[in-house]
Design a protein around this ligand. Sequence first.
Ligand code: FAD
Length: 385
Amino acid sequence: MFGLPRIFFTQEHDLFRQTVKDFIAKEIIPFNAEWEKAKMVSRESWLKLGEKGFLGIQSPESLGGLNIQDFRYNAILIEELGLSGCSGPAIGYPLHSDIVLPYILKYATQTALEKYVPKMISGEYIGAVAMTEPGAGSDLQGISTRADDHGDHYLVNGSKTFITNGYLSDVVVVAVKTNPTKGAKGISLILLDRGMEGFTRGVPFEKVGLHAQDTCELFFADVKVPKENLLGKEGEGFTYLMTELAQERLVVALAAVALGEYMLKATVEYVKQRKAFNQAISEFQNTRFKLAEMCAALEQGRIYCDYLVQLHNDGKLDSAMASAAKYNMTELQCKVADECVQLHGGYGYMWDYGVARAYADARVQRIYAGTNEIMKELIARKILK
Ligand SMILES: Cc1cc2nc3c(=O)[nH]c(=O)nc-3n(C[C@H](O)[C@H](O)[C@H](O)COP(=O)(O)OP(=O)(O)OC[C@H]3O[C@@H](n4cnc5c(N)ncnc54)[C@H](O)[C@@H]3O)c2cc1C
């Protein structure tokens, strides 16, 4: 908000940012209200992102990507989507590129890479990651979806719930038990796709917020999955998840700060024009102090996140650091949401107002990608080691 210099970004990043900004203004913002009613973004929007080269930019050129191994570009896309206030798209698109694709790029067989990655980059295939089950969320070791070995294939049975991009998903990284007697060491990751018999999905959930997001259940009934769809090694799934979840948590933190900035900006505009007791709301000391507090906290958050992105680029972001960022920034986002609604008075509770939507959308950020209580456990584990 003060415009503190973003010292980790170059002129090339700024040019990319402008391209992203223009794209969002033309292809995302005008459609968001429609997508909220439909409970999902359009498939066409995914194709447009793909056409622009915004999906999976880190993927190798041989698979259709741009081979950009610089997370600042991914961060720009996340940030600009957040600044647009379109929370559904701000979560769904980055989940595909920065959370699902990394599992495939790092651990998939050549056959699976060639089958799925080019179409994920073009936007023809939409990705999801399915860990949570009706009976197991935070306690991932408690999952009961099974993949039983049948020689050249697995038979997958079970179900998953609350899956982001679930309804539209074409390719899903699924956490399964390959050895139910072994706890964490019995967990593996496997790729399922839309064409597989026995793989079905529920309708998008009615959620408190994130209405433009097709969160849903997935069901697996004797789904025959070829062995080449296993990611990495059998029994290593939990380790892969723990490694990759750091980037997921950074993504959530980046979105949280940007969505916070979106709400603050909307509130600054609002309080300047709304009048009470013959003066603008912005002239009350309470308003000024609240805005100042939010601005100071968000500025700090922004620079902190920039630093973490740089650390991630250097391969130094660990699980506790990412957990602290996710915890800190999502708590801040929710606090900002509450204050901004308050400064809008009754209008802040009306869906037509951006802050009302952003308030409803913010709440889940403290729940998914690992609850904030689990984040604190992970931080404490490192401190007490
Ligand atoms: C909109 C949305 C999108 C989602 N997207 C996905 C997705 O794409 N893929 C996916 O796999 N999942 C997804 N989830 C699921 C999400 O990650 C889980 O809801 C979350 O991990 C919590 O699990 P749970 O709901 O089973 O809650 P529980 O694990 O039952 O937790 C209930 C409460 O107990 C607390 N608790 C649990 N264990 C501890 C502990 N050890 N110490 C202290 N407190 C504890 C929790 O913090 C929480 O407050 C999504 C959820 C939502 C709502």
